[in-house]
Design a protein around this ligand. Structure first.
Ligand code: SF4
Length: 415
């Protein structure tokens, strides 16, 4: 009977998709066949429900396939998956990038899961988007009251900047124009390394050590953790993208306190003002949770007010989802319909902000990184539909000629 190559089913965040590519490679190198690795997510109850549903469907449709489960949800509650008849094994999250874990599945090596310290270097490529993600950090030392990630990914640990620079250089040599430095809590980068190099120091070192690198972007940032080196770079280094995605979560100080976040409303206003002073064309994205326990209409209004006044352009909105064992789950809950209603309101605000931003591009010429399907990504992270002779993976100039329902349209002006 025909044997199938291994597959990885990915749920959750960018980091999970980045890691899934490495697992796919290790599984193939270990010669696995008829094996599916499910890389789980624990960020919401809904995410975990979808994982369980997918595993049952997978086994129902492919009874002979071996199902291995890993990821944050499997790390936080391995017994839950071990108890599922459909599951053949659980790989702890901190061992999922170790080739030995896949050899163990073939029975060629005993599975052993020990040290939590190692941060494997990985930087898979997002083929569709033509940029390479370089992981610089994993885990988290914070304890936001709604979050289970620290229990899934362990304490914060950083990759040495020498290894990061080597990896970035290799990716640029492979032809990538844009690199995204990624991790769980970028702001804590370096605290566990000798001399405690900051995120700003690392970013600067990457840019000076790899002069051929055209674009450097950061993934999600904690507003409370932006160091002075980073601010200096923002003002001086054109290859450092004028786009920051902030992990804001709320715009109300009482809710931020109850979330155990490390920033206030005023700090966000000051951050945005400072960024636009050193880099006037700065564009922001943000993550916001709606309906966090005890959030009143007035508190939600503070969040909407902050989004408007900061001119957040790319907004990711998440209705609060109680996670078992977290302090927030024990607080007085906001009814689910109210959480969702507020999310709808905030998404409408987000759509309006994005539409205004796209309209501001009309007649302008700008640089795009061409992604698959003729989509160009600007330095400010706008996704532009391209017309004309575009080339995937190339940096090209394009002029905005129209606005459609999905966004801006631009003619390629450089071949
Ligand atoms: S900073 Fe907070 S929200 Fe982010 S991973 Fe750590 S605990 Fe979770």
């Amino acid at each position: 009977m025909m044997k199938n190559r291994p597959e990885v089913l990915t749920f959750g965040c960018r980091l999970n998709s980045v890691e899934s590519e490495t697992m796919q490679r290790h599984a193939e190198e270990a010669g696995l066949e008829d094996v599916v690795i499910v890389n789980t997510c624990a960020v919401t109850a809904e995410a975990e429900r979808q994982v369980g549903q997918a595993i049952r469907k997978l086994k129902r449709e492919n009874p002979s396939v071996k199902v291995m489960v890993t990821g944050c949800s499997a790390q936080i509650d391995p017994k839950k998956y071990e108890a599922m008849a459909e599951v053949d094994g659980v790989i702890p999250n901190d061992r999922k990038l170790d080739p030995k874990s896949f050899e163990a599945i073939t029975g060629r090596r005993n599975s052993h899961f020990s040290d939590k310290t190692a941060v494997p270097m990985l930087s898979p490529v997002d083929g569709a988007m033509q940029r390479a993600f370089v992981q610089i950090q994993n885990g988290c030392d914070n304890r936001c009251t709604f979050c289970v990630i620290p229990f899934g990914r362990g304490a914060s640990r950083s990759v040495s900047f020498e290894r990061v620079v080597d990896e970035v250089r290799q990716r640029v040599d492979e032809g990538f124009q844009e690199i995204v430095l990624t991790g769980v809590d970028l702001a804590s980068y370096g605290r566990d390394l000798p001399g405690e190099p900051t995120l700003g120091f690392l970013t600067g070192r990457v840019l000076t050590s790899v002069p051929d690198l055209k674009r450097l972007r950061l993934s999600s940032l904690d507003p409370a953790g932006l160091d002075e080196d980073l601010w200096e770079l923002l003002g001086d280094e054109p290859r450092f993208m004028p786009h920051w995605h902030l992990s804001l979560q709320s715009g109300d100080d009482r809710i931020l306190t109850r979330m155990k976040r490390r920033h206030t409303r005023d700090q966000v206003f000051r951050l945005v003002d400072r960024a636009r002073t050193v880099r006037p064309d700065m564009v922001f994205g943000a993550d916001i949770i709606t309906g966090f326990p005890t959030e009143t209409d007035a508190m939600f209004e503070n969040t909407q007010d902050l989004v408007r006044r900061c001119g957040i352009t790319w907004l990711h909105v998440f209705p609060y989802s109680a996670r078992k064992g977290t302090p927030a789950a024990r607080m007085p809950q906001v009814p689910v319909p109210v959480r969702k209603e507020r999310a709808t309101k905030l998404r409408a605000l987000a759509d309006e902000a994005a539409r205004r931003y796209h309209e501001s591009l009309i007649g302008k010429t700008f640089e795009v990184l061409v992604e698959k399907n003729g989509i160009g990504c600007t330095r400010h992270f706008a996704k532009i539909k391209l017309r004309g002779p575009w080339r995937v993976g190339a940096l090209m100039q394009a002029r905005c000629v129209a606005i459609e329902k999905e966004g801006a349209v631009a003619e390629v002006v450089t071949s």
